[in-house]
Design a protein around this ligand. Structure first.
Ligand code: ADP
Ligand code: MG
Length: 265
């Protein structure tokens, strides 16, 4: 067997490999099955959009992929590394060094400047302890905020705050970038700017998974995975997804017309 260090997965190892993933939330005596047997492979360098109605399990799936929470059952391998048996400390390290997470509400520290916010992940990882400030600066320049490094979040617009969050997510060179409704709090011009940034990062080879409920935003991804009731309902290239959706809508329209004709007859 060829020797390969764990940190260097083979090029065809998927960035994400999920099998039979389940998540059950317990609320007193009630149980909510938020994920119900999800299988998903995402190749390195892919740009995938996750869609689905509110409550379909999108955020739950992202939290599992981001190692922010553990599944109730199933397997998750991140860049070929199984996460199931990791203890909390190891999981936190993987999360910090290999995953960049972007939230709808930015989640910046309000009293820290842009550069301080971006430096935070490096404080916890020894990987980039040296040159942390320089790395943070170049990450901020990368997202177009070279002239806003000493601004605090309340001195920045929504789009600029999200750029700081993206710089923070990128600074440890994560294996995957996960974004849960990153444009949910932004106006349409700012949404377009942020999505352009994602497509640029994708063109540079970054693996990206984004949750959105906007078809237009999802249209920038290469592939759309739709969830329904905690299951993968459809999964395909973005062009095919649009055709598939148009087909389903035309069939539903035809069915409704027939029902209408039936009722008036
Ligand atoms: N922490 C939690 N405790 C209990 N139920 C939860 C929790 N988080 C999510 N849920 C439930 O799990 C289901 C999926 O939620 P979520 O993943 O947030 O959906 P989405 O992001 O697609 O809107 C919903 O029914 C939601 O109410
Ligand atoms: Mg959600």
């Amino acid at each position: 067997m060829p020797l390969r260090k764990r940190s260097e997965p083979s090029p065809d190892t998927p960035a994400i490999r999920v099998r039979g993933l389940e998540k059950v939330y317990k609320m007193g005596v009630e149980r909510v099955r938020a994920l119900d047997g999800v299988d998903l492979d995402i190749a390195r360098g892919e740009f995938v959009a996750i869609m689905g109605a509110s409550g379909s399990g999108k955020s739950t799936l992202m939290n599992m992929l981001g190692c922010l929470d553990r599944p109730s059952a199933g397997e998750y391998e991140l860049a070929g590394i199984p996460t199931r048996r990791m203890n909390a400390a190891r999981l936190a390290k993987v999360r910090n060094e290999r995953i960049g997470f972007i939230f709808q509400t930015f989640e910046l520290l309000p009293r820290a400047t842009a550069i301080q916010n971006v430096m935070l992940p490096m404080i916890y990882s020894r990987k980039h302890a040296f040159g942390a400030r320089g790395r943070a600066k170049s990450a901020l320049r990368r997202v177009g905020l070279g002239d806003r490094m000493r601004h605090r979040p309340n001195q920045l617009s929504g789009g600029q705050r999200q750029r700081v969050a993206i710089a923070r997510a990128l600074v440890n060179e994560p294996a995957i970038l996960l974004a849960d409704e990153p444009t949910g709090n932004l106006d349409s011009n700012t949404t377009t700017e942020i999505i352009r940034l994602f497509t640029d990062l994708h063109a540079e080879g970054q693996t990206i998974v984004i949750v959105t409920h906007e078809e237009e935003v999802a249209g920038y991804a290469q592939r759309i995975v739709r969830l329904r009731d905690g299951k993968v309902f459809s999964d395909g290239p973005t062009g095919e997804d649009a055709l598939h959706l148009a087909y389903l809508q035309s069939m539903a329209g035809a069915a409704a017309r027939r029902a209408g004709e039936g009722a008036s007859a």
